[in-house]
Design a binder for this molecule. Structure first.
Ligand SMILES: Nc1ncnc2c1ncn2[C@@H]1O[C@H](COP(=O)(O)OP(=O)(O)O)[C@@H](O)[C@H]1O
Ligand SMILES: O=C(O)C1=C[C@@H](OP(=O)(O)O)[C@@H](O)[C@H](O)C1
Length: 314
């Protein structure tokens, strides 16, 4: 039996990609961990099974597909059985990118089980300092870059039908850490940055699967998504987020009260993804004032911070 482990963080939304294909997200300090067990004992047909801790009825097709695609990339045929188990601090289908975190953690854990080195954050730093500016560049020993590993998870999400655009915005923020702006039609990174914020999250009790989102409603607010993209590409992430929040709450019929209550206290506030969670970013004092207001809402209100490490093996 060969076992691999990895974890990847959740993320909050700056810009929802459902309107135009351009999206932006930032990693936050809450994680999904994946453990992959590979039993090479040959059977007549390879089987891949999945399990989500605490959620026996969860749909495990995404993480099972991640194991298959990562093994394929490693040039390994799964002759025996493979089992993936995820454990998560991130509520599922709440707009906080649980699917991206689960996919990234599973791809990295599968490579860990197979002994395939994946580029780490330090390799990317060296690459940046070396000035190549190539987001796909890996460290010397890395067989797979983190961007490539991330694209495997995005492909699995498309195959499993849990995404509309592929959600490369969310997946890249979770895999690389910090903030990305992406073109999800091309799975390309347009911009990266490393802002440090206090973060407030409100997660109402209901759930909203992205695959069920009102895509036509989102496309109707494309002019506001274009404005938010311009702001984000210019480094005005907070204003981009608040424009996004107003536009997508209107498009998807979520309340604007959480935005109005927060926007004069924080740097930015938005519906996260297709909801139902809301996220606010700012300094500790402003975030604390909004916390007092949001704490009265139904569901969970919790404080966290931005995360810059992204997905890690082991
Ligand atoms: N911890 C997890 N383990 C395995 N699969 C997961 C996990 N979290 C999410 N998923 C998959 O992602 C789907 C939810 O995706 P989505 O609606 O996009 O929610 P989110 O906004 O949280 O990413 C689930 O139905 C499941 O297939
Ligand atoms: O499925 C998709 O293509 C997307 C889903 C949304 O996120 P959630 O999955 O968090 O709702 C959105 O923010 C993202 O830009 C694209």
């Amino acid at each position: 039996m060969r076992t691999g482990r990895a974890r990847a963080p959740a993320a909050g939304t700056v810009l929802n990609a459902l309107a135009t294909g351009v999206g932006s997200a930032f990693a936050i300090d809450a994680y999904t961990t994946a453990t992959v067990d590979l039993d090479p004992t040959a059977t007549s047909e390879a089987t891949v099974t999945g399990e989500v801790a605490g959620a026996p009825d969860a749909d495990t097709r995404l993480v099972e597909r991640c194991v298959e695609l990562a093994a394929d990339r490693a040039g390994t045929s799964l002759d025996g059985s493979a089992h993936v188990r995820t454990e998560s601090e991130i509520p599922m289908a709440a707009g906080l990118k649980s699917s991206s975190a689960a996919a990234n953690a599973t791809v990295l854990a599968t490579f860990d089980a197979l002994g395939v080195p994946v580029e780490g954050a330090r390799d990317e730093d060296a690459e940046r300092e070396g000035g190549s500016g190539d987001d796909d560049g890996g460290g010397d020993d890395a067989l797979v870059t983190r961007v490539e590993a991330c694209r495997i998870g995005v492909r699995a999400a498309r195959d499993a039908g849990v995404t509309v655009t592929g959600a490369f915005d969310d997946a890249s923020a979770s895999m690389l850490g910090a903030l990305t702006v992406t073109d999800n039609d091309e799975d390309a990174i347009l911009h990266r940055d490393y802002p440090v914020w206090d973060v407030l999250v409100w997660t109402p009790p209901e759930r909203a699967y992205s695959a069920d989102a009102d895509v036509e409603g989102c496309r109707a607010v494309a002019p506001m998504a274009d404005l938010a993209a311009d702001l984000a590409l210019g480094g005005q992430y907070g204003r981009a987020m608040t424009v996004n929040g107003l536009a997508f709450c209107a498009a998807l019929d979520f309340p604007t009260d959480p935005l109005v209550a927060a926007m004069s206290e924080v740097t930015g506030v938005s519906l996260s993804g297709t909801g139902p969670s809301f996220v606010a970013i700012g300094d500790a004092a402003g975030i604390e004032r909004v916390h007092e207001t949001w704490a009265a809402y139904d569901g969970e209100t919790w404080r966290t911070t931005t995360e810059t490490d992204g997905g890690t093996q082991g």
